[in-house]
Write a protein that binds this ligand. Structure first.
Ligand SMILES: NC(=O)c1ccc[n+]([C@@H]2O[C@H](COP(=O)([O-])OP(=O)(O)OC[C@H]3O[C@@H](n4cnc5c(N)ncnc54)[C@H](OP(=O)(O)O)[C@@H]3O)[C@@H](O)[C@H]2O)c1
Length: 296
């Protein structure tokens, strides 16, 4: 069997088209969805993520502003910036680009964002709401994984989903999303981590296998059962002298071997990656819709 390739680029483009229509409807009501991005310092990866977010927002007709602070900005200055944005009715979403410089408490800054404007879905109130299955902004990467599955015809309902990785930004919120008694969820979940004795034992039982470990080729073909759906969240740099930059990006799964066994698989790049920014845009549009009384 050669797996179907689930293209995050294609699913993301489809969602962005839908979002354009929702933005038009909001604008007809006099509301322009607006996202504020706070960038502290000039870490090249963070700068490129922020640029992608600004470009994506512009493409769907949203307003976006990036507030740039120097790398040595005091924690108090970052909190004041968030406070100002919390109070500014123009903005429906606030995102503080992570990682923050070491002298700033990420937890403190995240908890300072108004839960209603927390479009990353990382505020403890939203983490609780997500676990309870209440309406709230869902963390973008796991929400993107759910959308990719559903929109590609691999509804997790009734399936055994094995998630490798239990981080607060991927593994745990994906568990919270897919375990709900809801459409596009309702799955049975197993979550693996470094304390798991034999990951292969669990992975081989997966109808849907999600790898979010940050380890290149951690999932090998013998860990995947024939006909499984494999979602690779991992983004790892491996040395490649044939590339201009001296590296290339690979996921957490042995793509070439597993694509001969799986029913479907996501590539890296072009898989989960493009979904993450798109779900951020969706969360911002949804926050604006909630404020305008168009959504729960
Ligand atoms: N495409 C995107 O938009 C996107 C977004 C976010 C992250 N990512 C990528 O996804 C990957 C994971 O990111 P993250 O932030 O979730 O990473 P993280 O915070 O480092 O968490 C990694 C998780 O994987 C587990 N793990 C690591 N090595 C393992 C091993 N050998 N066996 C079993 N479990 C193992 C860890 O277990 P313990 O808890 O026991 O330590 C931890 O729970 C990274 O490659 C990251 O770049 C991509």
């Amino acid at each position: 069997m050669t797996a179907k390739i689930i293209s995050g680029t294609e699913v993301a483009a489809q969602i962005r088209e839908e979002l354009k229509g929702r933005v038009v409807k909001l604008k007809e009501k006099g509301v322009t969805p607006a996202l504020a991005v706070v960038l502290v310092g000039e870490d090249p990866a963070s700068v490129s993520y922020v640029t992608a977010k600004a470009k994506g927002a512009e493409e769907i007709g949203m307003h976006e502003e990036t507030i740039r602070l120097p790398a040595d900005a005091a924690e108090e200055k970052v909190l004041q910036t968030v406070d100002k944005l919390n109070k500014d009715p123009k903005f429906h979403g606030i995102l503080v680009q992570l990682p923050l410089p070491k002298h700033i408490s990420t937890d403190k800054v995240i908890s300072f964002i108004s839960p209603e404007k927390d479009v990353d879905g990382f505020h403890p109130v939203n983490v609780g709401r997500a676990l309870r299955g209440e309406p709230c902004p869902l963390p973008c990467t796991p929400h993107g994984v759910q959308q990719m599955l559903v929109r590609s015809g691999y509804d997790p309902d009734g399936k055994h989903v094995v998630i490798c990785g239990r981080s607060n930004i991927v593994g745990k919120p994906l568990t919270a999303i897919l375990m709900q008694k809801k459409k596009g969820a309702n799955a049975t979940i197993t979550i693996c981590h470094t304390g798991t004795k034999d990951i292969g034992y669990y992975a081989r039982q997966a109808d849907i296998l999600v790898a979010a470990m940050g380890v290149p080729k951690a999932i090998t073909a013998d860990m995947v059962r024939d006909g499984a759906v494999v979602i690779d969240v991992g983004v790892n740099r491996v040395e490649d002298k044939t590339k201009e930059k001296g590296f290339r990006l690979v996921g957490d799964v042995d793509f070439d071997a597993i694509k001969e066994k799986a029913a479907a698989i996501t590539p890296v790049p072009g898989g989960v990656g493009p979904m993450t920014v798109t779900m951020l845009l969706m969360n911002t549009v949804e926050a604006a819709e909630r404020k305008a009384g168009l959504a729960k």
